[in-house]
Write a protein that binds this ligand. Structure first.
Ligand SMILES: C[S@@+](CC[C@H](N)C(=O)[O-])C[C@H]1O[C@@H](n2cnc3c(N)ncnc32)[C@H](O)[C@@H]1O
Length: 376
């Protein structure tokens, strides 16, 4: 199997997979190879916080021409996975690292694969299944690197970052899987106080509350790709969900505090906290960065935030001043704390503090760094 992750998050997902009992774990660019049984496949979908989707490997082959691709696809017995009354779809990803010589048009490649599958089913079962790109029973995933093509079944469907707790978001929310990875990479222990002074729709705090409560991220979802498969084991799934529910704790140690100057974003964060059932754990208030201070109680914790970069939110003037202000707040008020900032490499220098680590990450297509600080 292969767990697709945001770039830079592979090692974190590998540790999560090890904790679930996966075997033959091998981090690669953009994901992690691993092995396991059906229960592990279901648990990976239910419990991985930092992965985007889970693929089940079918076959890899070389195909220099569309005809070769079609013929290779037809060498699989698709009746194992699909019946004529079922629907299917094919997604194709062509790697940008691609060696020359292979297909370079993902839509055309997907069509060729779809034809091969439909013709195979027509030959074996007398009828072909229908295509449904929105909600197919079976989604076939093709990964093309040069002339090599790897076919897998997509066990996830809609990306795993769709936890089901969020309706509306602010202008530039983090993906839940990346927010969960930031918490891991910054070494948050799940118990110390956590503050996000520019929390937007609250993703970091919401993921923190879910982790601290031991809430499996997939508990709020109704559907996963593997539920449409011919071998879907509903009893096994129900048992794994019940076990995950039983592991959840009633409260998070906290405090988990999110602030933002934007009242609408704060309202979105509160709504999501209610939907997730953590409104008593993660608290959100409208507040300017300038007013941010550690919570009463004196226990040091982690300040983790994703300030505006001026890329997706538009090139606002005054961003440099905002980063200087953030640096001042950290130096003057958060002594003894640790801090993590996800930002672009060029914004980092305006903080005026020396990070102890710089971890390269991608927020979607935007190259970022997670900067970690020890605030003595
Ligand atoms: C990139 S967004 C954070 C997104 C957030 N991580 C999420 O997942 O939704 C940056 C946030 O910083 C907030 N912000 C910008 N300047 C601020 C300030 N001076 N004080 C408080 N919040 C501020 C913006 O309102 C915005 O919501």
């Amino acid at each position: 199997m292969f767990a697709v992750t945001p770039k830079g998050v592979e090692q974190v997902a590998a540790r999560e997979l090890a904790a679930l009992g996966a075997e033959e774990i091998l981090p690669d660019a953009g994901g992690v190879h691993f092995q396991g049984d059906r229960a592990l496949l279901y648990r990976a979908n239910l419990e991985l916080r930092t992965a985007e989707r889970v693929l089940v490997f079918l076959r890899e082959f070389s195909a220099a021409t569309p005809e070769m691709l079609y013929n290779q696809v037809r060498r699989i017995d698709w009746l194992q996975y699909l019946r004529p009354h079922m629907t299917f779809a094919v997604n194709c990803v062509i790697s940008k690292r691609g060696a020359p010589g292979g297909p370079n048009h993902s839509h055309f490649t997907a069509l060729k694969i779809k034809d091969g599958i439909a013709d195979d089913l027509r030959k074996r079962a007398g009828e072909r299944p229908d295509v449904d790109v929105e909600a197919p029973d079976v989604r076939v995933h093709a990964y093309v690197l040069g002339k090599r093509c790897r076919l897998s079944l997509d066990a996830t469907g809609e990306g795993l970052h769709r936890r089901g707790y969020r309706q509306a978001t602010g202008a530039a929310p983090l993906k839940e899987s990346l927010a969960a990875a930031l918490l891991e990479l910054s070494g948050w222990d799940g118990e110390s106080p956590l503050v996000d002074p520019m929390c937007g729709a609250g993703t970091i705090l919401l993921e923190a509350a879910a982790r601290a409560r031991g809430l499996a991220p997939g508990l709020g979802r109704e559907r996963f790709g593997f539920m449409g498969w011919t071998d879907f084991d509903a009893a096994l799934w129900a048992r794994l969900v019940a076990e995950a529910r039983a592991r959840a704790r009633a409260t998070a140690p906290g405090p988990l505090l999110g602030f933002d100057r934007d009242g609408r974003a704060v309202e979105h964060a509160r709504e999501a906290a209610r939907a997730l059932g953590v409104a008593g754990d993660a608290r959100f208030e409208v507040q300017e960065l300038a007013a941010c201070a550690p919570p009463a109680g004196g226990r040091p914790g982690l300040l983790l935030t994703n300030p505006p970069y001026g890329v997706r939110l538009g090139a606002e003037g005054g961003l440099e001043a905002l980063y200087r202000q953030l640096g001042d707040v950290l130096k003057q008020r958060f002594r003894g704390w640790r801090a993590g900032l996800l930002t672009t490499p060029d914004m980092a220098k305006h903080v005026g503090l020396k990070p102890s680590r710089r971890i390269p990450l991608f927020n979607g297509p935007i190259e970022c760094r997670l900067l970690l600080y020890e605030l003595y």
